[in-house]
Ligand binder design. Structure first.
Ligand SMILES: C[S@@+](CC[C@H](N)C(=O)[O-])C[C@H]1O[C@@H](n2cnc3c(N)ncnc32)[C@H](O)[C@@H]1O
Length: 497
């Protein structure tokens, strides 16, 4: 095959050394110890060989055998057998130079194969580290035979007429364990193109599966050409596979100016496309509604606040707090009480009343057994029992009678630890603010949870605007003393941008 055809149909363009260094630096020492490592589309090893050298040097420096373990777990795949031969020789030579007394059988995990044939028997969730400069091949240039393999594979990210590199993303993501990371260099087109949408959604939206993606870093070369033989607009990205309920970290984004990278403030989103702001401190999001980018979670509702939530309380002794409910004082066991913030009375992010809620649930929101409650927290149980008649009226017909003391059987009760953006339910004008919800529940308002990791200050700048005030005035009913409702129903359709 001549070189031009190899570039066009197999994307054979090798990675320069300095770019390999940036890509390898995305992995911490911990990531690289005792790790199963894979390079799909490895070629002659411009990424895998320096990565192997890094492992060997780390072992020499620390004597930590975790690095040796990783050296024996280097996996590589390519369709080009000649390139794989070169890879094997390079690996052997460079590791022999650095660790002359050790022997590794690198051939064990070098696979001469088309990645599209590996999808069925693919070992999912088994790699800690994937590094790749995959082939960039436009859909129209992908060989017919490969197109039918793609069709049969029932990809989730390669859903449109995508570039072949999207299939490598999908292969890598499937291969990663939860907690594993990939470092890829590809054209930056997935940030903007229609065929990149499913990958972007994987990194931004709520997951439909057990895990989701977290973009940790993005290095955009803009229009600077870094590959000798091909014109591309590449970007390096580092993605971590995380559990569905884990909070995404904010990605670090960098832009190349022809000499070096400088860190920019944030990713911008415009009409579903992503871009890196060249101006720092500007986050541009447009053509979205709040519901597209944020979850709005309303606070605890008990339908009997005066029974569940303290007006006043103080420490009584090691075991109990003295709690005032409806003007009467009761001793309640401390583990049965949780802190709760009343968002309608917050001043500078604090509820000066130090409120508590009786919480007969576990941390996951499951209702505690009545017998357990009676034995473990007799005082709190007595108090609830005193109010049984009122409590059991609340969800009549919805729950079984034995659950009469539940806080709320319909809403999932959950803690949202850490600093969060919240709003009171009723307000005269937008009063979104950041509060620390560590070990604390909240009521009479909502929490604004970004699906994409936006800095909290940025969220405030989207919500605390005159435009938002006007919008809520127009859409929400007016209440006494010119109060309006800032709830999911009204906020959700607010157009951003
Ligand atoms: C852009 S090159 C990168 C090579 C090397 N990783 C590097 O960074 O220098 C892409 C590699 O993917 C290989 N390749 C192309 N299509 C492939 C496929 N369907 N399955 C496996 N490898 C493929 C090519 O042979 C080539 O070595």
């Amino acid at each position: 095959m001549n070189e031009k055809i190899e570039i066009k149909h197999q994307g054979k363009v090798y990675t320069p050394r300095w770019i390999a260094e940036i890509m390898i630096n995305q992995f911490s020492n911990t990531d690289l110890k005792n790790a199963r490592i894979m390079d799909p589309g490895v070629g002659s090893g411009n990424l895998l060989v320096p990565l192997a050298r890094r492992l060997a040097l780390k072992f020499r420096e620390t004597r930590d055998k975790g690095y040796l373990k990783s050296l024996s777990e280097l996996h590589a795949i390519d369709i080009d057998g000649d390139a794989l031969q070169v890879l094997h020789d390079r690996l052997k030579q460079s590791i022999r130079q650095l660790l002359p007394t050790y022997t590794f059988d690198f051939s064990k995990h070098i696979l001469h194969a088309n990645i599209l044939d590996q999808l069925r028997g693919q070992k999912e969730n088994s790699f800690d580290v994937v590094i790749s400069n995959p082939p960039y091949v436009k859909y129209s240039n992908i060989p017919l035979e490969d197109k039918s393999k793609i069709l049969a594979a029932k990809f989730k990210l390669f859903t449109r007429q995508s570039d072949l590199y999207i299939a490598f993303f999908e292969f890598a993501i499937n291969s990663l364990k939860v907690g594993g990371k990939l470092s890829f260099i590809t054209p930056s087109s997935w940030l903007r193109s229609a065929y990149g949408l499913d990958l972007r959604n994987y990194l931004m939206k709520a997951p439909t599966q057990f895990s989701k993606g977290n973009l940790l870093a993005l290095y955009d070369f803009a229009d600077h050409q870094v590959f000798e033989k091909a014109i591309t607009y590449p970007a390096i990205c580092c993605i971590k596979k995380i559990k569905y309920d884990q909070k995404r970290e904010t990605p670090k984004v960098y832009l190349y100016d022809g000499k070096s990278f400088s860190q920019k403030n944030c990713l911008g989103i415009d009409g579903g496309k992503w871009f890196i702001n060249s101006k720092p401190n500007v986050l541009k999001i447009s053509n979205y509604k709040v519901n597209d980018l944020f979850d709005i979670v309303s606070g605890i509702e008990t339908s009997a606040n005066s029974i569940f939530i303290t007006k006043k309380s103080r420490d009584a002794d090691n075991n109990c707090r003295e709690c005032v409910f409806n003007g009467r004082t009761f001793l309640i066991e401390k583990p049965l009480l949780k802190k709760i913030l009343k968002l309608s009375v917050l001043k500078d992010g604090k509820d000066t009343h130090d409120r508590f809620i009786i919480y007969p649930h576990d941390r996951d929101g499951n209702l505690l057994e009545e017998s357990f409650l009676r034995e473990k927290y007799p005082k709190g149980y007595e108090y609830l029992l005193l109010n049984k008649r009122i409590l059991e009226q609340r969800y009549k017909g919805i729950i079984s009678e034995k659950d009469w003391y539940t806080i709320n059987p319909i809403k999932t009760l959950k803690f949202y630890n850490g600093p969060q953006v919240v709003t009171p339910e009723m307000a005269k004008y937008p009063k979104f603010q950041i509060v620390d919800l560590t070990d604390s529940l909240f009521t009479s308002g909502s929490l604004i949870l970004a699906r994409m990791p936006f800095p909290l200050e940025k969220i405030l700048s989207i919500f605390n605007t005159d435009r938002m005030a006007e919008y809520i005035k127009e859409t929400s009913q007016i209440f006494r003393e010119s109060y309006y409702r800032y709830s999911k129903r009204y906020l959700g359709n607010y157009p951003i941008g």
